[in-house]
Write a protein that binds this ligand. Structure first.
Ligand SMILES: [Ca+2]
Ligand SMILES: [Ca+2]
Ligand SMILES: [Ca+2]
Length: 496
């Protein structure tokens, strides 16, 4: 007899909080990326001290890289780039290209590239206009190039072919979606097709709609198809909640496209914020998905798992898909433990079943932060307009603004200005059992960093020991063939 058991879902393992910036002034609008060629190599960025009252002038953004899985961070050399204002977004492609987009103090969105793991950057493109909240993503290039890089801003997208490390072609002309909007995201599909999402942005408290546009040939000559309304939302472009009462929030729609060879290949996911009415502060995070390139979308899945209708705000969600497994992570600011609904922790969860359900949420910030302190309110920007998340090889890295000083190294002290924090969160891989009359095959994703197969002859009591089976790697999976005997045998994947 044989049984397959994954670790209980509650064992999403949250590591130690790390203060990336540990800098004076207010760090907001975080981005983070993982190098798929070396998952110990990370990059992160945040506003250095953007003050909404000062326009684009002022303190530039801060950029850092890590070579030890986020345990420590060094400043990136951005001296070759136009001086940054804010609104950074980053994406690492399969060639090892680390792309960064940000708003320059002079107005345009600047696309920069690092080919040395985030140690230094050079400029590859500037937009001709002065947009807002640019987002960058990477993926395959379809029939047109080995890879592609895309930016989106205010309902516009621009792509460029990528031919290898440091080898990026010219950006194509901006192509506009309909009906148009802002505060959006962009994703590349398995064949180089591109999807863009946004909300109207001019709707104040709301209600609003979140639209998607598909460019079916990506870098090819076709433009975006007509827009599809993926969902309505009661969160407009500038909606006040007590935890973010100056900057206000938007629905912060985000996309992820499953390009793995797994069971949900081709599925597109959409995360966003909604609430019962435009007068309610009880914002929640929702996830939908589409298996037809955005033409139709599933009913929403509520991602945050505090009691429905409890009045507490969840906001500024971020979505990321692990390209090694197809698993999803979602992270967000969360007021569930704030009696006044005006302080925020950072929470996260994962979906291991293609968005059908999410694991029990975990609090990933050790401490509790507040934008309702003088040190933050001075900047008139609260936590900013978004937060950061990256996911690779079974580990995801949320990245958020934090003034709890839980790490003890905020240079201005506790509940002063925000610093950019991160933490490694380990997702239990799925252990699958396929059984015939005489034998059984156990399989789990490859790579699965740090997990080992263990076996036990019972569960009460258990006597787990590392399994002597040596897994074979077949088609992105680790596999072990087990000959069935009359003995009880239990298996699990265990992260030390
Ligand atoms: Ca096209
Ligand atoms: Ca809520
Ligand atoms: Ca700070």
């Amino acid at each position: 007899m044989i049984a397959a058991e994954t670790l209980p879902a509650t064992t999403l393992t949250v590591g130690t909080n790390v203060n990336i910036t540990a800098s004076t002034n207010n760090q907001t609008e975080t981005t983070i990326a993982v190098n798929p060629l070396n998952p110990q190599n990370l990059f992160a960025g945040a506003n250095g001290g953007f003050n909404y009252g000062s326009g684009h002038a002022g303190l530039p953004s801060l950029f850092y890289y890590s070579t030890n899985g986020g345990a420590s961070w060094k400043p990136s050399d951005v001296s070759a780039l136009p001086i940054s204002c804010c609104d950074q977004s980053s994406s690492w492609d399969d060639f090892g290209n680390l792309f960064l987009v940000y708003l320059a103090q002079a107005g345009p969105a600047v696309v920069a590239l690092s080919t040395n793991g985030g140690a230094s950057f050079f400029e590859v493109y500037q937009t001709s206009s002065a947009p807002d909240q640019p987002t960058i993503t990477t993926g395959p290039g379809g029939n047109h190039a080995p890879g592609s890089v895309w930016i989106t801003y205010i309902g516009v997208a621009q792509g460029a072919p990528v031919f290898g490390l440091g080898n990026v072609g010219a950006f194509l002309a901006p192509q506009t979606g309909s009906p148009g909007g802002t505060f959006g995201d962009i994703a590349v599909g398995p064949n180089g097709e591109v999807m863009m999402t946004y909300q109207n942005g001019g709707t104040g408290v709301g209600p609003d709609t979140i639209s998607v546009n598909l460019d079916p040939d990506g870098l090819g000559p076709a433009g975006f198809n007509a827009g599809v309304t993926a969902t309505a939302t009661q969160v407009g472009g500038f909606a006040p909640i007590p935890a973010q009462s100056r900057r206000l929030i938007d629905a912060e729609a985000g996309l992820a496209w499953d390009r793995t060879t797994g069971p949900h290949h081709g599925r597109v996911y959409l995360v966003y914020t909604d609430r019962p009415t435009t007068a309610s502060a009880d914002t929640d995070i929702y996830l939908r998905h589409s298996d037809d390139n955005g033409s139709t979308w599933t009913a929403p899945l509520r991602v945050n798992d505090d009691t429905f209708g409890n009045g507490k705000s969840q906001f500024l969600p971020r979505l990321a898909l692990d390209p090694t497994t197809g698993n999803l992570a979602v992270s967000f600011y969360d007021c569930r433990n704030s009696s006044g609904n005006n302080t925020a922790q950072y929470w996260a969860t994962a979906s291991l079943d293609g968005g059908a359900s999410v694991l029990p949420n975990v609090k990933v910030s050790t401490g509790t932060s507040s934008a309702n302190v003088i040190a933050v309110s001075t900047y008139k920007f609260d936590f900013g307009d978004y937060s950061g998340l990256a996911f690779y090889g079974g580990i995801f890295y949320p990245c958020w603004g934090d003034n709890s000083n839980s790490t003890g190294n905020n240079p201005e002290g506790t509940l002063t200005t925000l610093d950019a924090y991160t933490v490694a969160v380990i997702v239990p891989p799925a252990l699958t059992l396929v059984q015939t009359k005489t034998n059984a095959t156990l399989s789990w994703p490859n790579p699965t960093t740090g997990f080992a197969l263990q076996e036990s002859t019972g569960l009460n009591p258990a006597n787990w020991t590392d399994s002597s089976f040596v897994p074979q790697v077949v088609g992105g999976q680790k596999r072990v063939a087990v000959i069935l005997t009359n003995d009880l045998h239990f298996f699990r994947l265990r992260h030390p």
